[in-house]
Ligand binder design. Structure first.
Ligand code: F3S
Length: 83
């Protein structure tokens, strides 16, 4: 299982993630990258890997493994800049 996160501290809103993997990433109302689906569908994994390689800020991280049930940073997919 692949999981994707965007580091809000690094994201500068370049939007390449949403262009390359639109089923997984989007741009929120404030212009920052956000994760739409978690975990990443297997069919979208190639696009997500491409997005990782093309983010100018290296803001996208890929994680492998199960979803943590509570208290894990993996559960956060929002961008604090938009709050
Ligand atoms: Fe942000 Fe990188 Fe996407 S800067 S909007 S995560 S391409």
């Amino acid at each position: 299982m692949m999981r994707a996160t965007i580091d809000a501290a690094r994201c500068q809103g370049h939007g390449r993630c949403a262009m390359l993997a639109p089923d997984v990433f989007d741009i929120d109302d404030d212009g920052w990258g956000t994760v739409l689906v978690d975990p990443v569908p297997a069919t979208a994994e190639p696009d997500v890997r491409e997005a990782v390689l093309n983010c100018p800020e290296s803001a996208i991280a890929l994680l492998q493994g199960p979803i943590r049930s509570a208290g894990g940073a993996w559960m956060s997919t929002g961008n604090p800049k938009s709050e």
